[in-house]
Design a protein around this ligand. Structure first.
Ligand SMILES: [Zn+2]
Ligand SMILES: [Zn+2]
Length: 256
């Protein structure tokens, strides 16, 4: 399983892009501004997009992608998300005011994009990957994704979340992971804001990792707020963890 970090920032700035992962050639998780790193040819190869939640930093380039490919696609792009997330996208983005409703274009029978409602803990199989959505605690309905490759390699991405006992329990149910990608949006001194906005700090991350039955060898961290990145990095470097903690950068690629 090849995992490419197209975007992993909690904000914007030179060289910073928001959440978008490419898994092998045809699958994306989220469609933040990192999606703009792909060429037209690479964009045309995208077949499936898993959306974690409706926050703008996770789907802002989805409308532009569909518009870009409109005249070139032979099959619709398949978008998967929780029902509440699909409803928000249809009501507030693809509503003919912010953007056209591409799920009815060029015709309702043969649209350029199709939305598929998924449910937590109901696996689906796409591109030889078994993919299980799981609920996480955030300010809006949000799911992470657990992926198993045909060779049995396991990867989980929590998306935006704060610490919760439910998250610990769910990750423990999945068993050992080859890599866990999660977030660390705020430094410890902003714990109240992290709790209110349902994100993680280094202390909350440490609590999460310490309660896992099988601490993953690799933990990849994303969604750092640009103005607090140096502070968060210092705090993460001081954490003692059984896992190797890695701060992600846009453009990194991993093979599991
Ligand atoms: Zn969010
Ligand atoms: Zn976010």
């Amino acid at each position: 399983m090849k995992i490419e970090i197209l975007g992993c920032s909690g904000g914007m700035g030179l060289g910073l892009h928001t959440t978008c992962l490419r898994i092998n050639q045809h699958l994306l998780i989220d469609a933040g501004s990192g999606l703009g790193q792909l060429s037209q040819e690479e964009l045309l190869a995208i077949r499936h997009i898993l959306i974690t939640h409706a926050h703008l930093d996770h789907l802002c380039f989805l409308p532009l992608l569909i518009d870009n490919l409109f005249e070139h696609l032979e099959q619709p792009i398949e978008v998967y998300a929780l029902p509440e997330v699909i409803q928000v996208m249809q009501q507030h983005i693809f509503n003919w005011q912010v953007w056209p409703d591409f799920s009815t274009l060029p015709t309702p029978e043969h649209p350029v994009v199709r939305f598929h409602a998924i449910q937590p803990d109901q696996p689906l199989v796409l591109e030889q990957l078994k993919i299980t959505p799981f609920s996480v605690q955030h300010t809006v309905p949000t799911c992470g994704y657990h992926l198993i490759s045909e060779h049995g390699r396991c990867f989980a991405f929590t998306s935006d979340t704060t610490f919760s006992a439910d998250l610990v329990a769910r990750l423990n149910q999945f068993g050992p992971l080859d890599a866990l990608m999660t977030e660390c949006a705020f430094p410890n001194r902003m714990q109240d804001l992290a709790r209110a906005s349902q994100h993680l700090t280094p202390m909350l991350l440490k609590q999460l990792l310490s309660e896992l039955d099988h601490p993953p060898q690799q933990v990849w961290l994303s969604h750092l707020k640009p103005s607090q990145t140096a502070e968060i990095r210092d705090e993460i470097q001081q954490l003692r963890s059984a896992s190797q903690l890695h701060l992600l950068r846009s453009g990194e690629q991993f093979s599991l």
